[in-house]
Design a protein around this ligand. Structure first.
Ligand SMILES: Nc1nc2c(ncn2[C@@H]2O[C@H](COP(=O)(O)O[C@H]3[C@@H](O)[C@H](n4cnc5c(=O)[nH]c(N)nc54)O[C@@H]3COP(=O)(O)O)[C@@H](O)[C@H]2O)c(=O)[nH]1
Length: 699
């Protein structure tokens, strides 16, 4: 059987073969049976007739009456009888009838006739020899019968043919039946197969096979349906699991992306963060080392950002950072990297630079961009940038060294007054280390009682007497010795330490003043320096008032010295703060006047009491220089604004006389006294004499 044939073909083949195996042998058996029955019946019939005729022939033979004998023979009822011969006891024909064949002349030998005196010859003849016996057993003769079998054979052949035809018809019928019947088996199976292939094609596990019977095919259909529902369930469960997996994959991918962004980018400005920045610098250094190129690592820091943050709030601070980042980015080429390290610190990476000039061009552009103010919400904020540059390979060959050196250079730029840039120089490093250790030590300076106030007198130019003192901070470090405020105040400002230190200065100054007054010192002013960070505190006025109230000092006795740059950074809020302070009665003075904006219109807006001409103008004031003109202009302007003027840094009598001559109200300087400890200033304050340095003049 062809195993590749379809089920339908196999079923048909099986049914037809089964029928063939049943029909063909049946037909053959039937044929043989029919033939043998026909012949046997014929033989029996002929023999019965022969026996009957032999019985009847006894008499004619006994009486030798061959006419009767012939009659008997003629009346024989045997179909297709060819010859009937009655032989006498001598074997001689006694009577005979013949149709076509020749009758035998003598009695055929009994041996010739087999099977009980019957012979079926090859000539389709049935020969029967029947003895004629008397009652006493004497054989009177023999009856010889010759029957033609051909018609019987023909009839038999026709019957067999009919039988074969029936057989063929049966086979044909069985084939048709097989064609029809196989459908009952193959159709549902083929339907199942079609369903199964549709399922595998469409993944539709909702299909169900009709269960049309209770047999094995019905069971198969039920099993198929069960299998479909199980697979469907599993598919659904798998889909849910896959979806869940996909979901968690998506979430994971998103988380990985977010993590990547978080790990590499600054959330506020979306610029690369420290990690990515260092990575980029590292790659840039590798490239530069291969291609023998230079790379600039540039540190940028927004000047006075902390003050903006503290005074205007973090929201404004954040917006300012974003805007600053955008402004910086706009100045750069596509290949440059701008990163935010945190706070207000940015790093700029410039690759393939030719020389310092090349870098300076970019930096000048950045500085000029920051000359424009920022409008942040309702505020107009002005901020500049300080920049430090380290160049690979001359200033360092690895990321950390370059970043550290750029940072050092940036601090140098800040020291130099901010809003500028500095290229790294090896000697900066020592300063940077010192700055770091000062910052660390300063944190404990207050608690360890290392801070002290010195006092420097103000001298009234009309009476030549002390009319006030300025409290100036000193830091005595047990190992580093005396640290100048020029060095540690900027560090205190940058680290935020200036706030508690500033409060301490105010409290100590007011406290001392109250004690002096109790000891008999006449009423005078005590001045303290207020740094920008302190000034931005919203409750500064209330804080100071609490102190003056606590020690019973009138607010007007306390002079607050503020720098121009501090006030000009955010004019609106500075004005508001000044007004609050003024309303409480404090004396407000601009320190270091002339070094900053010196804008007349702003001076008018601010509720000020006076100004202090910066000592840089006083040094040459009496030598007819530009400083003379500036000082005279300041004096004239102050007069018209009705502002009290103090000249600081007066070291010579000439300077003093010049200033007195031109209407300066007060002076301060080494001519009279440097800043000195309380123990030294107190006797001076208690004396009712001209100020030291003026005693000779008055004498
Ligand atoms: N925010 C605060 N700043 C403070 C405080 N204490 C001091 N400072 C600021 O530190 C800077 C340096 O101060 P200092 O070393 O004390 O120098 C002062 C004087 O010594 C110096 N001076 C005075 N007269 C002369 C002089 O004739 N010649 C000369 N070369 N220097 C002189 O001037 C400084 C006072 O300056 P000013 O404050 O502008 O009046 C300085 O900027 C201080 O402001 C503090 O507590 N808080």
């Amino acid at each position: 059987m062809n195993w590749r044939a379809s089920l339908r073909e196999k079923l048909i083949t099986i049914i037809v073969l089964t029928c063939l195996f049943a029909i063909v042998p049946g037909m053959l058996a039937a044929g043989f049976y029919l033939r043998s029955q026909t012949i046997d019946n014929l033989v029996e019939n002929v023999r019965a007739q022969a026996r009957l005729m032999a019985l009847y022939s006894e008499v004619p033979l006994s009486f030798e009456d061959n006419n009767v004998a012939r009659d008997i023979l003629r009346k024989a009822q045997i179909d297709h009888l060819q010859a009937a011969v009655l032989f006498d006891s001598n074997g001689q024909p006694f009577a005979s009838v013949s149709e076509s064949r020749n009758t035998p002349a003598t009695l055929p030998s009994i041996e010739v006739l087999r099977r009980d005196h019957v012979i079926l010859t090859d000539e389709d003849a049935l020969l029967v020899l029947e003895p004629v016996t008397r009652q006493d057993g004497l054989v009177l003769g023999h009856l010889y019968i010759d029957v033609d079998l051909a018609p019987t054979y023909r009839q038999l052949q026709q019957s067999l043919l009919a039988l074969s035809a029936i057989g063929v018809l049966l086979i044909l019928f069985s084939w048709l039946l097989a064609l029809r019947l196989q459908r009952y088996v193959s159709k549902p199976i083929l339907h199942l197969a079609t369903l199964a292939s549709a399922v595998s094609k469409n993944d539709d596990f909702g299909v169900r096979a009709p269960v049309a019977s209770e047999d094995e095919i019905g069971t198969l259909a039920r099993s198929f349906n069960h299998m479909m529902s199980v697979i469907g369930e599993r598919e659904r469960a798998r889909d849910i699991a896959v979806n869940a997996l996909q979901d968690s994959n998506d979430r994971l991918e998103l988380a990985v992306k977010e993590l990547h962004v978080l790990a590499n980018f600054d959330a506020l400005t979306e610029l690369p963060n420290r990690a990515l920045c260092m990575d980029r610098i590292s790659s840039a250094l590798l490239r530069a080392s291969r291609e023998k190129k230079q790379v600039a690592v540039i540190f940028l820091d927004l000047d006075h950002f902390k003050e903006v943050n503290d005074s205007l709030g973090h929201g404004i601070g954040d917006q300012l950072l974003k805007m600053a980042a955008q402004r910086l980015a706009e100045c750069l080429r596509p290949g440059d990297t701008l990163a935010r390290l945190g706070g207000d610190e940015f790093v700029l990476l410039l690759e393939e630079i030719k020389d310092e000039l090349n870098v300076s061009a970019v930096l000048n552009k950045l500085l000029s961009e920051f000359a424009r103010t920022f409008t942040v919400g309702d505020y107009v904020v002005s901020t500049t940038i300080s920049i430090g540059i380290a160049i690979y390979p001359s200033d360092g060959r690895d990321v950390h060294t370059l970043m550290r050196n750029a940072d050092t250079a940036m601090y140098k730029a800040k020291e130099l007054g901010r809003n500028t840039y500095q290229f790294y120089q090896p000697e900066m490093n020592a300063k940077s280390l010192r700055r770091l250790s000062l910052a660390t030590e300063l944190r404990d300076a207050l608690e360890r009682d290392q801070l002290e106030l010195y006092f420097q007198p103000f001298i009234d130019t009309v009476y030549g007497q002390i009319c006030g003192v300025e409290a100036l901070l000193r830091w005595h470090h047990p190992i580093m010795g005396s640290v100048s405020p020029i060095e540690f105040i900027p560090i205190a400002e940058n680290t935020g330490m200036i706030v508690p230190i500033g409060q301490w200065v105010i409290e100590q100054s007011v406290k001392r003043y109250a004690e002096w007054r109790r000891k008999g010192v006449k009423p005078l002013r005590i001045a303290v320096n207020i740094s920008a960070v302190q000034f931005r505190q919203v409750d500064l006025a209330e804080q100071i008032l609490r102190v003056t109230n606590q020690y019973g000092v009138p607010p007007s006795a306390l002079e607050l010295e503020l720098t121009e740059s501090l006030l000009m950074r955010d004019v609106e809020s500075a004005t508001a703060q000044l007004r609050r302070l003024k309303a409480l009665g404090f004396t407000l003075v601009i320190d270091d006047f002339g070094t900053g904006y010196s804008s007349l219109s702003y001076l008018r807006r601010f509720p000020l009491d006076g100004l202090k001409i910066d000592r840089s103008f006083i040094a040459e004031v009496n030598r007819n220089t530009d400083d003379t003109a500036i000082t005279l202009a300041i004096l004239s302007m102050a007069r018209s604004l009705r502002l009290h003027v103090t000249a600081e840094g007066v070291e010579t009598r000439e300077q003093y006389e010049f200033l007195t001559r031109h209407g300066c109200h007060e002076t301060q300087g080494y001519l009279f006294s440097p800043p000195i400890p309380e123990a030294q200033i107190l006797p001076m304050l208690l004396q009712d004499k001209p100020a030291p340095g003026l005693q000779e003049i008055s004498q």
